[in-house]
Design a protein around this ligand. Structure first.
Ligand code: NAD
Length: 342
């Protein structure tokens, strides 16, 4: 299969390149290292590009997904059968400082690629990496209960987490959440209206050693990096009890592959670590301290990040029902051990 991966030097994109190449597919990756522009030297992904060139046969195209003409030409030349769209401005906080860049990359960039697909390869499968931030702060309005080390859902009906049926409308999204809503809804529309084989995956906390983790994006990878370097880590609000569900990038790719083999046009899935891989920030700190055998230097700021989720767990029921062969293979402890060793 000819696979086109955008954001190929990033966490999910690089995992996709490695995996599809290893399976014998022909892979082209698009990445312009814009992560370095967004986040500075620590966000630079060239180390990953060098690694991919060394370990795979993939072809790298240094192009910008905002460049519509170049994307159309690429689609015409390469004629991808599967598109895994991971290129993005991925940070909630950064988007507020660069709203136009955020919208151009996330919303307009996605529209460019959908239209390139509709015009040139309408039979191909198009997967968009969306985000749980499309639900905005709606999850914060569910009844919550404060436990000793974490927030949790108070209503037993919410135990498995957030379902795809939660409204994405009329709440605080952050600028990033709003640009991702635009991309998410466009990808749904190209499936439902034009019949393209699009799939939309709303990520929880995606992680793994391949992340160029920075303070503003890549929570767990960054937390471990800071812990290993003995640097201070700032916790913003909610007493450090905010809950995230962690999924390894390998398990993300397996879900995308399950969809690619049997696509359901315009369908939306939540994709995270689920309850089994959910932990609060303070629980993650304790686990990392135990693994490293040292205490982390944390400081606490009362003011939470605007629109930050207090408790977010992805309900994986829909994904597992549609794709019963897919399952999580990495538990949280295993993910943390891998990050600590990396
Ligand atoms: N990492 C997470 O926790 C998480 C959670 C939910 C959703 N997601 C979504 O998953 C996708 C992948 O996330 P990630 O963590 O791999 O991000 P990442 O930042 O590691 O990778 C994105 C890549 O896209 C590239 N890129 C950015 N703008 C570009 C442009 N205009 N043209 C070409 N390339 C460009 C960057 O250089 C980077 O290498 C994103 O859409 C993100 O919003 C991520």
């Amino acid at each position: 299969m000819k696979v086109l991966v955008t954001g190929s030097s990033g966490l999910i994109g690089s995992e996709a390149v490695l995996w599809f190449d290893a399976q014998g597919h022909t892979v082209t990756g698009v990445d312009n290292n814009m992560r370095a522009d967004f986040f500075g030297p620590k966000g630079d992904t060239r180390w990953m590009l060098a690694r991919l060139k060394e370990r795979t046969r993939f072809r790298h195209v240094d192009a910008d997904i905002r460049d519509r003409a170049q994307m159309f030409t690429l689609w015409q030349e390469f004629r991808p059968e599967l598109i895994i769209h991971c290129a993005a401005q991925p940070s909630h906080d950064l988007a507020a400082t660069r709203p136009l860049d955020d919208f151009d990359v996330n919303a307009v960039g996605t529209a460019n690629l959908l239209e390139a697909t509709r015009r040139h390869t309408p039979e191909s499968v198009f997967i968009l990496m969306s985000t749980n931030k499309v639900y905005g702060d709606a999850p914060n309005h569910l009844p919550l209960v404060e436990r000793e080390t974490r927030w949790d859902y108070a209503d037993p009906a919410d135990y498995d987490g957030i379902k795809e049926t939660l409204s994405i409308d009329n709440c605080l999204h952050s600028v990033f959440g709003a640009s991702k809503v635009a991309a998410d809804v466009m990808a749904q529309e190209y499936g439902k209206y034009f019949g393209l084989r699009t799939g939309i995956f709303r990520g929880g906390c995606l992680t793994g050693p391949s992340h160029s983790g920075v303070e503003l994006h890549g929570f767990l990878n960054y937390l471990v990096k800071v812990a290993r370097a003995g640097e201070p880590y700032t916790i913003f609000g909610y007493k450090g009890k905010q809950v995230r569900d962690q999924i390894h990038s390998y398990d993300v790719i397996q879900a995308l592959w399950a969809f690619a083999q049997n696509p359901r046009p315009g369908e939306v899935y939540n994709l995270g670590g689920g309850r089994g891989n959910a932990a609060s920030l303070m629980e993650c700190v304790a686990k990392i301290e135990a693994l490293l055998g040292t205490k982390m230097q944390t400081q606490y700021v009362e003011q939470a990040r605007k629109g930050d989720h207090i408790c977010y767990i992805s309900d994986l029921t829909k994904l597992q029902t549609h794709y019963p062969s897919w399952r999580l293979t990495y538990g949280l402890d295993q993910i943390l051990e891998q990050l600590v060793r990396a």
